[in-house]
Design a protein around this ligand. Structure first.
Ligand code: GPK
Length: 836
């Protein structure tokens, strides 16, 4: 990012008649204006000549934070007074996206802020762009956590999001000569106005060392953990404001620092370097987010990160419980702790350790509390994404936890044997310790055994979970399993991202729809109203223009907003099959070259997404998209009818420009592989039609919108499994389809890589000889389906009808619906109204 530009500060404002309280919490234009000028002067303190646009952003952010602070403290006090049960959402990732616009929206002061800035000579939209988004997540899982925090506050449920304050979040992606380059994400470079450091809220986390057995005063055998290192975790709080309510919850992120006193020994013996090294190692723990989406990679430091934030969080809960004077025996009545995938599942063991070793509860009592406390959400069935830790690594870092795991496992396997006597194969399959090959701890098993509720994230996914990865656990405890289909927040992804559509919906439905998405059904009647459809199209086209401007500025590619915008944005992964999309593009390209008079609907193919830095095939796919884009965009035979663009650095900020501009949403994963998907929902909310497989939440999207408004293609999960069982030969697909053969040959020839035939050989070979995600098996069906899309686009009025129906029937996919289900069926957490 370029450094902030220098601009002149507006002359100081003199406002009379405002009290201090107004300036800190008033919601009117005059109060906001005074607050911004005060923060420019007293919090930032640059002389007028050195005041930048970024300073205005920062001052407004602080003014907005003051307004939330007021609500935040009242929320904390209310929850404390009412002794309410609190949701603790444990997640290694929170992909929050830019805060300012969202907080203005949720507080209901966008217009006031815009006017206040205007009086200071500034434009809110330009000021909003100054925010560096906190990218503390990889993709769907981290963004889901952020949507859930928004809904929890909006639904007035007491909640804390607990996670890690990574100094460097997900890398910034640049495209150099078509290749992905990774740039360190220095998001804290210019400060972070949204967080409040709480240095007094600190907990100590042990690492390594060994355990000792001793007998306590009462004659009980106990265990003492003698760690090799102690790391200190301090809290940084970010308020999360609900929409249209006073409730403001907390996102509490832990940052690691060295423990000063630990250095003394080294200093005394003169080992200065050892002491400094210890400090560096401690601070490394929260340095950087691991950029691997699925699969996770089993690194020592990653386990350290997980244990660090989970231990801080559980210690924090126990501490607050004792401040409230509630006995530790009542832990599960006061806290519902949700594990966002297995990343925090060490929490099951840590809570046992805290209760048994430190609070001296007996084992059975502690175990009952633990199971009652935890819920576990599974987010993937991909076998390579299921977390396991090699035993030696685990033991070296967490020796006491391994002992506790052995004890949990011993008791658990006794239960399995009691239920399924003689079935030793089942016992081996279910054990918390994997014994085939290198011994390891199986985190999904740990999470399942330690939780009273286990859920998948879409109906299909939850069914597959019960039939495959957690089958044995389902047979053991069927009552623990349920489905909680994902949702996304309509505040950020509709109201904020698509102001044109927001205005139209307000006009048509009133202003309650953002918190009552079922009201969108009233739009169905409007789908037959030609004047309404015209308005709808005008909004979509304006959104496409806005995206085209952004793409032109960032890629030099010029797109025509009247074309069909066909968009696939998500992490790059073979199972998501961006390369299937590319095969269609190349097919269309060849058809146009062969037959220049061919009548096709002009299309812009738009991609975005990051690849894990070590994921060879994903990085080749990015290069392939860019190579195809370069060739096609430069070819005058076709570039009046098709173009391809790769939007660099897909993130929450540009996602808010992308979803509202889509006509067609690409959801083309191999059936059975995408647990849910949430981008599919964001597109639907904004009136895009979906082309997709029967995978993840696509199934439910199609159910809601109706088969006639959804472009379905491809093998089903059962067919995929059948083909795999019988032995899949991609070469058969090529042999029986000459067009596919020509397309693959063209890619392999160097045509899209300036004659270099090596670059894409690995991609073509992978598809030809292995094709683990059945790209070629689905190719013909996909191309045929795209022809139906093309034909449908020709009928503008009907396309618009279908677009309106997509938005009208998207209510189910609000994260409010999902969070209500979690609260009612898993957490048992009630709303608490906060007054000012
Ligand atoms: C699943 F296992 C994982 C992971 O490590 N990261 C991640 O983003 C995604 N996910 C799934 O791939 C999506 O299908 C799903 O919608 C999302 O989690 C949220 O549940």
């Amino acid at each position: 990012k370029p450094p902030p530009k220098q601009i002149k500060i507006a002359p100081p404002v003199t406002t009379t008649g405002l009290t201090d309280v107004d300036v800190r919490s008033g919601m009117q234009v005059a109060a906001l204006k005074q607050a911004v000028t005060d923060h420019l002067r007293y919090s930032i303190g640059h002389p007028p000549v050195a005041t930048t646009l970024h300073d205005y952003y920062y001052a407004l952010a602080l003014a907005v934070r003051d307004r939330m602070q007021h609500r935040w403290l009242n929320t904390l006090q209310t929850n404390f007074d009412l002794k309410r049960k609190i949701v603790c959402y444990l997640s290694a990732e929170f992909l929050m996206g830019p805060h300012l616009g969202n907080n203005l929206l949720n507080l209901g002061i966008e217009q006031e802020a815009r006017a206040a800035l205007a009086e200071l000579g500034q434009d809110l939209d330009i000021v909003l762009e100054c925010e560096e988004e906190p990218g503390l997540g990889n993709g769907g899982l981290g963004r889901l956590a952020a949507c859930y925090l928004d809904s929890l506050a909006t639904l007035q449920r007491p909640a804390v999001g607990y996670g890690i304050r990574y100094e460097f979040g997900i890398f910034d992606q640049e495209i150099h000569d078509g290749w992905q380059a990774e740039i360190t994400d220095k998001w804290l470079r210019y400060g972070n106005p949204w967080e409040i450091a709480k240095p007094e809220v600190a907990h100590y986390v042990n690492w390594g060392g060994h355990t000792e057995y001793y007998r306590d005063e009462a004659g009980n055998d106990r265990v003492r953990w003698m760690p090799y290192r102690v790391v200190k975790g301090t809290a940084y709080d970010t308020p999360t404001q609900g929409y249209g309510v006073n409730n403001c919850n907390t996102l509490r992120l832990w940052s690691a620092e060295a423990v000063e006193s630990f250095d003394f020994q080294a200093f005394n013996t003169g080992d200065y370097y050892q002491a400094v090294e210890d400090k560096i190692i401690s601070e490394t723990v929260t340095k950087v987010l691991y950029p691997n989406d699925e699969p996770q990679i089993g690194k020592h430091l990653r386990l350290g990160q997980q244990y660090f934030f989970v231990s801080c969080s559980l210690q924090n809960m126990l501490h607050i419980l004792s401040l409230s004077g509630v006995p530790v025996e009542n832990f599960a009545e006061r806290y519902a702790v949700q594990l966002n995938d297995t990343h925090p599942s060490i929490g099951v063991v840590e809570l046992m350790r805290l209760l048994v070793d430190e609070r001296r509860l007996d084992w059975d009592k502690a175990w009952a509390i633990t199971v009652q406390t935890f819920g576990y959400t599974n987010h993937t069935l991909l076998p390579e994404a299921l977390e396991t830790w090699p035993l030696p690594m685990f033991q070296a870092l967490l020796p006491r936890h391994l002992e506790i795991i052995y004890e949990i496992n011993r008791r658990f396997l006794d239960e399995v044997r009691a239920r399924f006597s003689g079935d030793e194969a089942r016992v081996a399959r279910m054990s918390l310790i994997g014994e085939e090959g290198e011994k390891c701890v199986r985190m999904a098993h740990l999470a399942a055994v330690g939780s009273h509720a286990i859920n998948g994230v879409a109906a299909l996914h939850s069914d597959l979970l019960k039939a495959s990865v957690l089958k044995d656990f389902y047979e053991m405890w069927p009552e623990r399993f349920s489905n909680k289909t994902n949702g996304v927040t309509p505040r950020r992804f509709l109201a904020l991202a698509n102001p044109g559509l927001r205005a139209l919906l307000n006009e048509a439905l009133g202003e309650q729809w953002p918190v009552n998405m079922e009201q969108l059904h009233q739009l169905e009647a409007k789908a037959d109203d030609a004047a309404f459809r015209r308005k709808w199209r005008a909004i979509k086209e304006a959104n496409k223009k806005r995206l085209a401007d952004y793409i032109l500025a960032h890629t030099d590619i010029e797109l025509d907003p009247t074309w069909l915008f066909d968009i696939q944005v998500k992490r790059i992964h073979e199972y998501k099959r961006q390369h299937l999309n590319v095969l269609h593009i190349v097919t269309l390209y060849r058809r146009l070259k062969e037959n220049p008079g061919l009548n096709i609907s002009p299309r812009a193919f738009i991609f975005g997404g990051k690849a894990a830095p070590g994921y060879f095939m994903a990085k080749r796919i990015i290069k392939l998209i860019n190579g195809v884009a370069e060739t096609i965009n430069a070819d005058p035979d076709v570039n009046t009818r098709m173009k391809v663009a790769f939007v660099p650095n897909f993130n929450v900020q540009n996602a808010q420009l992308i979803y509202p501009a889509a006509d067609l949403s690409e959801q083309i994963s191999t059936a059975g592989k995408e647990a849910s998907g949430t981008g599919n929902m964001k597109f639907m909310l904004n009136g895009a039609l979906t082309i997709g497989t029967l995978d993840g939440a696509n199934v439910e999207i199609r159910e809601e919108v109706g088969a006639e408004n959804f472009f379905l293609f491809g093998l089903t999960t059962e067919e995929v499994e059948h083909i795999k069982r019988e032995g899949y030969h991609p070469t058969d697909c090529i042999a029986s389809n000459s067009e596919l053969r020509t397309v693959l040959e063209l890619i392999n020839s160097g045509y899209f890589s300036r004659g270099d035939a090596e670059v894409f050989r690995s991609v073509v070979n992978n598809l030809t000889y292995s094709d683990p995600f059945l790209v070629l098996a689905d190719y013909a069906a996909y191309v045929a389906c795209q022809e139906r899309v093309s034909a449908a686009w020709q009928d503008k009025e009907n396309w618009t009808r279908m677009s309106i129906l997509n938005t009208a029937r998207s209510g189910k996919f609000s994260s409010d619906r999902a969070i209500r289900e979690y609260c009612d069926e898993i957490w048992n957490v009630q709303p608490a109204t906060v007054k000012l």
